[in-house]
Design a protein around this ligand. Structure first.
Ligand code: GUN
Ligand code: ZN
Length: 496
């Protein structure tokens, strides 16, 4: 168990946790969003972030502070918290991202972490190399070696109570990402950012982002607090939390505001294109789009930034409640409906249902089957994997209908898409309390047929009869030959 991180409620691989930040004397509830503060250009004053938005932790760039003489002097002199007028916890990034964009950056991990320590940062960052997506394996490997050296340099510095980030790189090579993560977890560094995903998100490659996070999580293990570096669009937070990310940082609220862009949970809108404001935050409830457009540039930017932060924190609260209520995947599914790139991301997440299943609680809120993708959720997978643990009699009826009279069968189990068969006594147990549609889709029936097959294959000596409504041919084809299939109306006729 990592010392500074404790997990509470969980749903899928998402969790509500507590990150202890000793230097700030604060415990941060996760998932948490850290607004990015550009010390040269405060879009919203940090004191207001704390008072009006409940911000407990923010992130700023120690490299920019160090390179700007006035800021450097002030930060060294009075400390980062006094300079920014913020009492909460402060994470500082290194110059890595600047390094990846402008090649003239020269700062070592030792220099920047000592500087971060000197200005009073609560969580520091070494100089990792944010290897972009799609580079060759050779480039990704050689840059990883540099990042690993940076982690070793960071580990060797005596920094007192400050927590340190151990960024996980590896570009779009999942095995390198997983190895990098295992290496990071083996250090005694504290927080684990998944790095260089910004280019993926900027080009709406949420499926590839999920692959990067899934690989990092495999290497890190469940007890590591994970930061998704550069991620803070409200549309993707639920997906990233469900994958097991705990910390986010948003520059989007300010950068997008500057470009006249209005964030929503289903994507980004141009203020110029809006006739109505689909939000009830303090900014939107008192203004029309025309009001916002008529403001001067600075005011409009600030107001848009405030709206952008309000929707982002609103989504974060919704996510935390969903974890508590056990319906995080239902929320992810709603977000997947909002944008095709999020749909890709959700489908990529379901490709890792086995990985999520390992973390997912065995019992939680009612399972809602709301789309064909619901059939691939970890709860369904788990049931199929555990069917071989259930005792079965010699002659078993599996039925979508009620239990028949007579003694033709020793027992009659229920069949409910997408789960498939389960003993009637389990009807009140999770996940069979599921709310499922009256018109099951093909994917639900196919998943149910897979459940039937798993049960039949685990019990070669049992005689199975499957009584079903009209199932899709693809589902019927997956039921083993030796199962006798009956139409439900026939069974009812017999019973009468
Ligand atoms: N900000 C966004 N991505 C990254 C990253 O990969 N590394 C660092 N240090 N900062 C980032
Ligand atoms: Zn708003």
């Amino acid at each position: 168990m990592r010392d500074h991180f404790e997990m509470r409620d969980a749903d899928a691989a998402g969790r509500i946790g507590r990150l202890e930040v000793p230097r700030a004397d604060r415990t941060i509830e996760t998932p948490a969003l850290m607004p990015v503060i550009n010390p040269n250009r405060l879009t919203i004053e940090p004191a207001r972030l704390e008072a009006e938005f409940g911000v407990e932790i923010l992130i700023t760039n120690s490299y920019i502070i160090r390179e700007t003489e006035s800021l450097r002097e002030q930060a060294l002199d009075e400390g980062l918290h006094a300079m920014l007028e913020f009492d909460g916890a402060i994470m500082t990034d290194s110059g890595s991202f600047q390094l990846s964009e402008y090649s003239d950056v020269e700062v070592t991990t030792k220099e920047i972490i000592e500087f971060q320590h000197a200005i009073g940062s609560d969580i520091g960052t070494p100089v990792d190399i944010p290897t972009p997506p799609d580079v060759s394996r050779e480039q990704a490997e050689s840059e990883l070696a540099t990042t690993q050296q940076a982690l070793a340099d960071a580990e060797a510095i005596d920094v007192g109570e400050i927590l340190l980030n151990a960024p996980v790189q590896g570009s779009t090579h999942p095995d390198l990402r997983e190895d990098a993560a295992a290496h990071a977890a083996a250090t005694d560094l504290d927080v684990f950012p998944v790095g260089a995903v910004v280019p993926l998100m900027n080009s709406y490659r949420y499926d590839d982002m999920v692959e990067a996070v899934a690989a990092a999580k495999r290497g890190l293990g469940a007890d590591c607090p994970v930061h998704l570096f550069g991620a803070g669009h409200p549309m993707m937070l639920a997906l990233a939390v469900a994958m097991g990310c705990d910390l986010f940082d948003s520059a989007a609220y300010a950068l997008y505001a500057r470009a006249g862009r209005y964030l929503t949970v289903a994507g980004t809108q141009q203020l110029d294109d809006l006739d109505y404001l689909p939000c009830s935050c303090p900014i939107c409830s008192e203004r029309t789009p025309a009001d916002l457009r008529s403001e001067d540039d600075d005011t409009r930017t600030r107001l848009l930034a405030e709206h952008n932060l309000h929707v982002t924190f609103e989504e974060l609260r919704r996510i935390k409640q969903a974890i508590r209520s056990g319906n995080l995947l239902e929320l992810v599914e709603r977000r997947a409906r909002g944008h095709p790139a999020m749909y890709d991301g959700y489908r990529a997440l379901l490709d890792h249902a086995d990985q999520l299943e390992a973390e997912d609680p065995v019992s939680k809120g009612t399972f809602f089957h709301t789309s064909a993708e619901s059939a691939r959720r970890p709860e369904v997978l788990r049931h199929h994997e555990r069917l071989d643990r259930l005792a079965v009699p010699d002659r078993l009826l599996l039925t979508e209908g009620g239990a028949p009279d007579g003694d033709e069968y020793d027992d009659a189990w229920r069949v409910v898409p997408p789960f498939g068969p389960f003993p009637r006594e389990l009807s009140d147990s999770y996940p069979f309390t599921a709310a499922v549609p009256d018109r099951p889709d093909r994917a639900g029936q196919v998943a149910a047929a897979d459940g039937v097959r798993a049960l039949v294959e685990a019990n070669p000596d049992t005689e199975f009869t499957l009584a079903i409504n009209d199932w899709h041919r693809d589902a019927i084809d997956r039921v083993p030959e030796r199962v006798e299939i009956e139409s439900l109306s026939t069974i009812h006729d017999d019973g009468d």
